[in-house]
Design a protein around this ligand. Sequence first.
Ligand code: FAD
Length: 393
Amino acid sequence: MSINTDILIIGGGVAGSALACGLRRKGYRVVLIEKSNKPQDTARGDHLQPYVCEILDKWGVLDHFFQAGAEKRGGSLWYDCKGTEIMNANVSKLNIPHPYFLYLNHENISEVFLQLASEDTNFKLLRPIFKWNHIETNSNGSLFTVKLRDKTELNIKTKLIVGADGIASHVSKSFGFTRMTYRYERALAILFSSEYILDAENNLKTYITDQGIVAMIPRAGGGCKIGITINRKDVRLWKQLSNPERSKKISDLVPEYKDLEVNFGGIYPPTMINTNKWVKNNLVLIGDACHGLHPGRSQGMNTSIKCIDQLIEILPPKVGFKSAEISKSLKCYQEKVKPKIDYILEKNHKIGLQMDKFNELTEMKEINKYKELEQNVDNAYKYRMNSAGYGNN
Ligand SMILES: Cc1cc2nc3c(=O)[nH]c(=O)nc-3n(C[C@H](O)[C@H](O)[C@H](O)COP(=O)(O)OP(=O)(O)OC[C@H]3O[C@@H](n4cnc5c(N)ncnc54)[C@H](O)[C@@H]3O)c2cc1C
C-alpha cells in the first residue's frame, strides 16, 4: 500500500502529537507514525505554562483539556526544609490571558492532542509501527517504507519529514545531525502519593534541602507526584528500597511529610541534548529529539510546544506547500527560533550543573536567592513572568 502525504511525523509523544493537533484543519495531509501502543510515561511533564495555555486557546483546543480532566494551579511556592515559605511564585495575579498552569497527567496530554488531530480526516495515525526506513529524498520529497507490528508494509511519500522521536532520536542519528549530550551526575527520583493536601490554589511546593530539591507536584484527580534529586551512586539503593523506606527518606529531608504513603514512579537520569542544527532540506527535528532540557526545571514539554507553534506559523500554506518553499521556511524557523532555545539550554545546563553539586552551602545560597527575589518586587515579577512562559529563559 502507498500513502502520499504532505507531512510525516515520526514519534507521537507530546511534541509529535502537539504538532499534529496544531496542524489540524489547515488542509495539510498528515501521517504520524509511533512505535509504541502504550500510554506515554505518566511521570513526565504534566503542567502547561500560562503562555502555552494561550497557544492552546489560539489553536481552539484549550477547553478540550479541561473536559479531559485538566485542572488549574496558581503556581509554585518555595520553602526551606523546615516548611517556612521563602518565595511565592504564584502567577494568579499576573495580567496575562490565562493566569494559571494547566495540569494533566502526561499520557493524557498527548492523547488529547491525538484525539483532536484525529478529528481532521486528513490525519492518519499509524501505531504501533515496527520500523521505518528512509529510502530517498529528491526534489519532490522523500520516500519511506514503514512496517507496522501487524506486518502491514507501506510506502509513504512525504513533502516534509518531522523527527519527534525523543531524546534517543533515531531520526537525528540516521540523518546525520551532530548531537551534543551531557548526562548529569544526579538523577531524579519520581514517587507518587494519593495523600497530598492541596491549598486553595493547588500550588506546587518545592522544598530546598541540603540534598537538593523535593518538589510536591499536584496531580489531576488528586494526590501528588514527588520529584527528588538523588546521587547517581544511590540509584540502585532507591530502586531496592521499600515504599515506607522511601517515605522515610522524604520525611528525613522534609519533616512535614512524615508518614506520607508513597509509590515508586521511577528514576530518571537527566540528559542535556542539543543538536547542531534542527533542519536539513525537508526535515525538521522537534522536542527532545533536538533540545533535551534538565527535567528539574519543568521546561521540556512547554518549550517544545512553544517552538511547534512557531513552526506552524512559518510553514508555507497548503496551496504553496512545495519543496523549495518548505526548505526555505524551515531555514527561517531554525534561524529565528534555535538561537533562543540555545540560550535557554545554556542557562538550563548551568542550573543542572549546580543541581549536581548541591550541598549545605548551596542550600543556603539558594534559600537566600529566593528570599531576595521575594523582597525585590521587580525581580519577583520577572521570575513569575518567566515561570509563566513569558520570559526568555
Ligand atoms: C521525570 C520527568 C519530568 C518532567 N517534567 C516536566 C515538566 O514538568 N514540564 C515540562 O515541560 N517538561 C517536563 N519533562 C520533559 C518532558 O516530558 C519532555 O520534554 C517531553 O515529554 C518531550 O516530548 P517529545 O515528544 O519530544 O519526546 P517523547 O515524549 O520522548 O516522545 C517520543 C515519542 O517517539 C516515539 N518513538 C521513539 N522512537 C521512535 C521511532 N523510531 N519510530 C517511531 N516512534 C518513535 C516514542 O515511543 C515516543 O512516543 C519531564 C521529563 C521527565 C523525564
